[in-house]
Structure formats: structure tokens, C-alpha cells
Design a protein around this ligand. Sequence first.
Ligand SMILES: CC(C)(COP(=O)(O)OP(=O)(O)OC[C@H]1O[C@@H](n2cnc3c(N)ncnc32)[C@H](O)[C@@H]1OP(=O)(O)O)[C@@H](O)C(=O)NCCC(=O)NCCS
Length: 167
Amino acid sequence: MATIQYIEALGAAFLGYLVVAREARGAGVGSSLARRAFQEVLRAHRAVRRGRPLGAFGELEHLHGRSRFHRRRLRFWARLGMRPLQIAWRYPRLEPGTRPSAMYLAFKPMRPGQVPLTRERMSSIVRGIYAEIYPQPRARKVLRRVLLSIEKGPARIDFRDMPEEAR
Ligand SMILES: CC(C)(COP(=O)(O)OP(=O)(O)OC[C@H]1O[C@@H](n2cnc3c(N)ncnc32)[C@H](O)[C@@H]1OP(=O)(O)O)[C@@H](O)C(=O)NCCC(=O)NCCS
């Protein structure tokens, strides 16, 4: 299963879930599902706008202790052209009472020359993603924290440097 949502206001998409049944993993199903999801972004974009979509965004877990599991995961996404951006992304935990989780916001550009992104562009992308994906009122505080960190960060946002083994 893969879920991807085209966000018309951004001309970009957000990849929600990608899951393959345990017994079917490691045979290329996940990669082809992801590629198919990216094709859907092109199709959805062409239905409403000219030119190419900005790209696809998604959330990836941090390299906790740089575990082998997380490195494999980042490598999987890097092979598909999706890499973590240099912003302090936070995702509002969906269950009340739990803390927001720090994740990487990853990006697969689909238009040439889209990275680095300016601070202003990044802020409007983050607003667009939250408006569409996390509209619940308790997410607003988390959104403000993300925007603040972008304001205080570099003027241009590029991909993160990843450890060699995760590239
Ligand atoms: C990630 C996932 C969809 C990959 O599906 P798949 O059909 O095995 O993918 P492919 O066969 O195309 O690619 C296999 C690659 O995925 C890597 N991989 C294994 N487990 C993984 C995981 N949990 N997350 C990411 N990549 C993983 C493998 O290491 C392999 O790469 P390698 O050859 O460099 O070792 C599948 O492992 C899965 O459903 N995981 C649980 C859900 C998940 O973590 N989804 C992603 C976030 S929503």
C-alpha cells in the first residue's frame, strides 16, 4: 500500500504511507510502489497545471544512534531520489497527550533546479503541508515551532549531509 496526496496549492505531493507485506519485502515491490506513486503526482499535477510538479515530500525517521535499520531505510529513499532537507521538521503526534516527534522532512524534486529552497519558499511549503495533512488545531503549536526554526535557520535550505553508509 502507498498513499500520496497531491497538494494543489503547492503543486507538490506528500507521501503518507508505504508498506509492503512482510513476506513480500525485499523483492522490489516497495520501490515500484513508490515509483508508481510518483507517477501519480505527475498525473495529478498535469490535470490542473502546466509544467512539472515541484516534487514529493515525506517524513523519515531520524538516524537514532545511526542504527543499521535506519541507514537502510534512508538508503532505500535516497535510491528513489528522496532525501532529508536541512530543517528541524516536527510531526504532531496524532494521539492527544503525546509529544511531537522529530523527523526529517524529505524531498524528491521533480523540477530541475529546485534545491536549495529559499527560506520563504520553505516556510510556505511547510504551511501548505500542515494545512492539508495536519489541519487539527493542536498541530498549530508544532507548526509555529517548525516555522520559527526556519526563520532562524539559513537563507537557503539544501539537503542534509548524511553519513556515507546512508547515501
Ligand atoms: C519500506 C518497505 C515498504 C520496502 O518494501 P520492499 O518491497 O521490501 O522494498 P524493495 O524490495 O523495493 O527494496 C528493499 C530495500 O528496502 C530496504 N528496507 C528493508 N526494510 C526497510 C524498512 N523498514 N524501511 C526502509 N527500507 C527498508 C532493504 O534494505 C532493501 O534495501 P537494500 O537492498 O539496500 O538492503 C518495507 O520494508 C515495509 O513495508 N516496511 C515497513 C513499513 C515502513 O517502514 N514504511 C516506510 C515508512 S511509511
